[in-house]
Design a protein around this ligand. Structure first.
Ligand code: GSH
Length: 103
């Protein structure tokens, strides 16, 4: 299995979405807290991982993914054989629709 590092604070609902997938799939990962109240997401080394300075970021064997929906879709396939993704296309679309960005 790949080496996963999740960047972000545990108080973030977006970060929690990704943590729930790891937990439900019983897949190991490392959590790297990012203090968004101290502006750590705006540091140059973090912006190299996420050009818009948001959390979460998922590192997969040193390659970086951002946007929770993209991370969730990748992770479900990578560690859970797509078990969290409905077979029905319309249901899939509603699942992704409900995760739309509100901020
Ligand atoms: N569209 C992004 C939204 C992520 C997002 O808004 N994260 C918030 C924390 S919950 C954040 O990074 N806030 C810090 C900031 O905006 O500087 C995603 O789906 O990952």
């Amino acid at each position: 299995m790949a080496n996963f590092v999740l960047y972000g604070p545990t108080l973030s609902t977006y970060v929690r979405t990704v943590r729930m997938i790891f937990t439900e799939a019983n897949a190991p990962y490392e959590l790297q807290p990012i203090d968004i109240f101290q502006g750590e997401q705006s540091a140059p080394d973090y912006l190299a991982k996420h050009p818009f300075g948001k959390v979460p970021v998922l590192a997969v064997d040193g390659d970086y993914l951002y946007e929770t929906c993209a991370i969730a879709q990748y992770l479900d396939a990578a560690v859970n054989n797509g078990g969290f993704t409905p077979d029905d296309l319309m249901t899939q679309a509603h699942m992704r629709q409900n995760h739309g960005d509100r901020g």
